[in-house]
Design a protein around this ligand. Sequence first.
Ligand SMILES: Nc1ncnc2c1ncn2[C@@H]1O[C@H](COP(=O)(O)OP(=O)(O)O)[C@@H](O)[C@H]1O
Ligand SMILES: [Mg+2]
Length: 623
Amino acid sequence: MASGTSRDVIRRGLWVLGRAIREQPRIFAVAVAGSVLFGGLVIASAYVVGAVVGDVVVPAVEAGEVGTGTVALAAVALFGISVLRVVGIFGRRLGAGYMQFRLQAAYRRRVTRRYLDLPLAWHHRNATGTLLSNANSDVEAAWYPIAPLPFAVGTLVMLVGAVGSLFVTDWALALVGLAVFPALFALNVVYSRRMAPRQARAQRLRAEVSGIAHESFDGALVVKTMGREAQETARFAERARELRDSLIAVGRLRGVFDPLLETLPSLGTLAVLVVGTVRLRQGAITVTELVSVAFLFTVLAFPVRAIGWVLAELPRSVAGWDRVSRVLDATGEMPYGEVTLDDAGPATLAFDGVHFGYEPAEAHLPGTSVLGEVAFTVPAGRTVALVGPTGAGKSTIASLAVRLVDPDAGTVTLDGVDVRRLTAASLASTAALVAQVPFVFDDTVRANISLDRPGIDDEDVWAALRLAEADGFVAALPDGLDTMVGERGTSLSGGQRQRLTLARALAGRPRLLVLDDATSAVDPRVEAAILAGLRAPAPGQPAAASILVVAYRRATIALADEVIYLEHGRVLARGTHAELLATVPGYVDLVTAYEQAEQERAENRTYDEVAPLPTGLEIEVDR
Ligand SMILES: Nc1ncnc2c1ncn2[C@@H]1O[C@H](COP(=O)(O)OP(=O)(O)O)[C@@H](O)[C@H]1O
Ligand SMILES: [Mg+2]
């Protein structure tokens, strides 16, 4: 990505900087003003020092005395310059800092916001570790050169001023300046061109190292139970070694060029003294002028480095920017519509001629067709069970129902309105999906359930917990609703986590509830009780929600008004549980096989003490 010629990298790097300036023009102006003030004073200080030497020190040495007035004047001039320089440095540093960190914050926000807008398919193609480094180190890298940028711009102005003042002083000395300053500049350019590929490589390896680290922490359970610690460590060590070597290569280059960049101005000073002495003898310049110019070369050496800092950071900046803009420019987000549904009573969900296939991992591979001609309805207030072997497409249907993905053909409607025409808010308040793998935030039980949604008070939270059969264990927690559940809910059992996420969905009072095997780790009797509770609302109340439930257990399926039997992405049969048992052999086999697996499992261990490990038929690896 960041390869190509190094000339290209500098051109693109300058373009990135231009973008930064366009985004923060006022702060940049303040910083550059401070830097130009500083640069002007550096030149001025050289001439004041020259004047002090020529008009104070030399006469003093020759005559043995000086007027106090002259000394006082020199002191005041030097002091004044120092004070103003402080002001310049302050303005430059403050401006550069503000600019750099504001840009970082703004782009972190944009990148993370973008992650949430991009469709699930995009997330499936991109590793979490990479996303983390996009939002962190890549954003930082993109704006690294901002810190020295105002200094560098001020220095350029100062160099022009310096050469100008050299010409006013003496053409021969000006020629020395014309030789040394461009040479310094050229050296900086060569330096950063050499640096380009090394920095890009280091930045890429940084992302890979963080990706591997993230994956092995995330999969710690698998790594440990499968005894893969050594291999996993080796895999990480390999990349960490590559990163180390690549950073050392960066350091080595710096080691060669830094001394060169230091030496060149000193050689300039030497040349000034040689040429200057000749010119002094010829009477072309005064001692004051010679000292001023020699001093000018000495004080210029440091600011000129700022140009090198900017150029040296450009490759990394371009590499970071490429990775950040890949996220910002990613397409495929699903635009929402304008329609808002009425918030009254349970919703009707309908699938009509739905076809769906996942995008291939790489563009040249063929996509897979997962669903074909799927059509069914969940009438308002009814419960429909979705039954089928692993890989039949049940989870895909659940994702389509809440519009995590859109169908390739056909429509998914809620209350007769195509879900693509609904606003994001209307969709979220109408339909709620509870996935098989529960996600719990590292926060209190209360926060995990209310998610800070407006209008959800403790009473609502408890009501949701009761419906999810979770009020009992939450009440028994040491701090009740205020108990922290730990990262990813590790302090809870699998079944408890599932019931918390169910309560979270219920607290939003959805009008359609989609349960994708959402209670698999809960005891079967409790699962049936939950579903019965959801179906039969409090006396005198209309049914709260329509339910689409992916289920296996006979007791659960039997509660549904209708069962949709799915195989290979096609609806093979539909009817009541009893009807299907009587007419569909595949259905009978599946339900029986699952029951056997359930029994074995129940004999071996109790439910809520284990995480949702693969059971019987259902061996799935959900991301
Ligand atoms: N993110 C994905 N990318 C590609 N293929 C997928 C993805 N998720 C599921 N599939 C495939 O789609 C088919 C249906 O999967 P899924 O809907 O999860 O089935 P079920 O929930 O019934 O087990 C399977 O063949 C599965 O391999
Ligand atoms: Mg599934």
